[in-house]
Design a protein around this ligand. Structure first.
Ligand code: COI
Length: 354
C-alpha cells in the first residue's frame, strides 16, 4: 500500500462544547481521500484539510446516486486511549454494498488505514464526555463525468469524522415511531441491504411526515405485502414478546446492522431465545394489546440502543413498556456501551485499539 500523504490544515477550528453536540454537525479539520481509476487501481491516499470537494456537475453520484457509506465510531476510554468498534465488519459491509452498486472493492488494509490514520490526526477531537464519541463516515462515490447511466471508472473513497453525542435529541428516553403505510423504502432485489444514499433519499418523505405528526422516525413495512416490518429510518428494530426476542430476518431488503448483530450475540450470550423471522405489524399490535409486547428498541451505530416507547399505525397507538426504557433495553445499552468505551470486557474481540 502506498504511504498516506498528510497535508495539515493551516488553522484549526475551535472544538465544540461536548455537552451540547448535535449529531453530524461538527466536522473536524481534516479528511481522508483516495482515488480509484480502472486499470490503475487505488492511488494517492491522502489526508488533507477538511473542505468542499471539487466535483464535475455531470458526475454520476450527483445524478444517479452512485454512492455507498458506512458509519462507525471511535471511543475515548477512561485511561484516555482511543478504540474503535468492529471496524473490519464495517469495511466488509462496505465492500458488499460496493458489489451491489458496481463500485470497486476497496482492500481492507487501505480502507482501514484511511480510517485509523485520520482518527490519529484528529485524536484531539475524540470527546471524553459521557456517551460522546467520534463518528466516522467513510463513503465511496462514482465520479465519471458523463450523463449516461453506467457504472463509474473513476471513484473516490473518502472518510470524514465528527464528534457526536446522542443521535436522538431524546437521548436514552424512548422515541415514538410511526408504522409507515404509504411509502416503501426497499424491495427484495433492490438496494435495501446495501448502505447506499438512495435508500435514505427514498425515506425522506415518510420521515418528514412522521416528524410533522410528532414521531421521531418511521418503521418500514416490506414493499411487497406491506405487512411485515423491516427497519426504522436509521436503525434496525427488536422486540421482546412473551420473554423471547424478535427481530426481522435479513431478507434482502433489511440492512445487516453491525449493532443488530452485536445485540443478537449479547442476547444469546445471556441465554435469550432470539427469533430472526418475518414479523407482521399486526402481530406486534396484537402483542401490545394482549400485554405480551414487553419491550421495543432500535439498534444502530448512530442510534446505539434506543428504546421505543410508542408505536402508531393508522389511528392505532400503543405504549410500550409504559413509555419507559425496559430492563433488557437498558442492559443491552449498558453492556454494548460498556464494551465500546472499554468499561467491560470484550469477549468477542470487537475492539481495535488506535
Ligand atoms: C449509522 O447508524 O451509522 C447510520 O449510518 C445511520 C445514519 C443514517 C444516521
Amino acid at each position: 500500500m502506498e504511504n498516506i500523504k498528510i497535508t495539515r490544515a493551516a488553522t484549526l477550528k475551535e472544538k465544540p462544547d461536548s455537552s451540547t453536540l448535535v449529531f453530524g454537525k461538527n466536522m473536524t479539520d481534516h479528511m481522508f481521500l483516495v482515488d480509484y481509476d480502472e486499470g490503475q487501481g487505488w492511488h494517492d491516499p491522502r489526508i488533507v484539510p477538511y473542505g468542499p470537494l471539487q466535483i464535475d456537475p455531470a458526475a454520476k453520484v450527483l445524478h444517479y446516486a452512485e454512492e455507498i457509506f458506512e458509519g462507525l465510531k471511535a471511543y475515548r476510554t477512561a485511561d484516555g486511549s482511543i478504540q474503535l468498534f468492529r471496524i473490519k465488519d464495517n469495511i466488509d459491509r462496505m465492500n458488499k454494498s460496493a458489489e451491489r452498486l458496481c463500485l470497486p472493492q476497496i482492500p481492507e488494509e487501505l480502507a482501514m488505514a484511511g480510517i485509523m490514520e485520520l482518527v490519529k490526526v484528529e485524536q484531539d477531537w475524540v470527546p471524553s464526555e459521557k456517551d460522546t464519541s467520534l463518528y466516522i463516515r467513510p463513503f465511496m462515490i462514482g465520479l465519471d463525468a458523463a450523463l449516461g447511466v453506467h457504472s463509474s471508472k473513476h471513484v473516490q473513497y473518502i472518510v470524514v469524522v465528527c464528534p457526536v453525542g446522542a443521535y436522538y435529541p431524546e437521548g436514552l428516553n424512548p422515541v415514538k415511531i410511526y408504522v409507515e403505510d404509504q411509502d416503501v423504502r426497499a424491495v427484495k432485489g433492490g438496494t435495501g441491504m446495501a448502505k447506499t444514499g438512495g435508500n435514505y433519499a427514498a425515506s425522506l418523505r415518510a420521515g418528514d411526515r412522521a416528524e410533522k405528526a410528532g414521531y421521531s422516525q418511521v418503521l418500514w413495512l416490506d414493499g411487497v405485502h406491506r405487512k411485515y416490518i423491516e427497519e426504522v429510518g436509521s436503525m434496525n428494530v427488536m422486540f421482546k414478546v412473551a420473554g423471547k426476542i424478535l427481530t426481522p430476518d435479513l431478507n434482502g431488503s433489511v440492512l445487516d446492522g453491525i449493532t443488530r448483530r452485536s445485540c443478537i450475540q449479547l442476547l444469546k450470550d445471556w441465554g435469550y431465545e432470539v427469533e430472526e423471522r418475518r414479523i407482521s405489524a399486526e402481530e406486534l399490535f396484537e402483542a401490545a394489546e394482549n400485554g405480551t409486547l414487553e419491550e421495543a428498541w432500535g439498534t444502530g451505530t448512530a442510534a446505539v440502543v434506543s428504546p421505543i416507547g410508542e408505536l402508531a399505525m393508522g389511528d392505532k397507538k400503543v405504549t410500550v413498556s409504559g413509555g419507559k426504557i425496559g430492563p433488557i433495553t437498558q442492559k443491552l445499552y449498558d453492556e454494548l456501551t460498556g464494551i465500546q468505551w472499554g468499561r467491560v470486557a470484550d469477549p468477542h474481540n470487537w475492539i481495535t485499539k488506535l
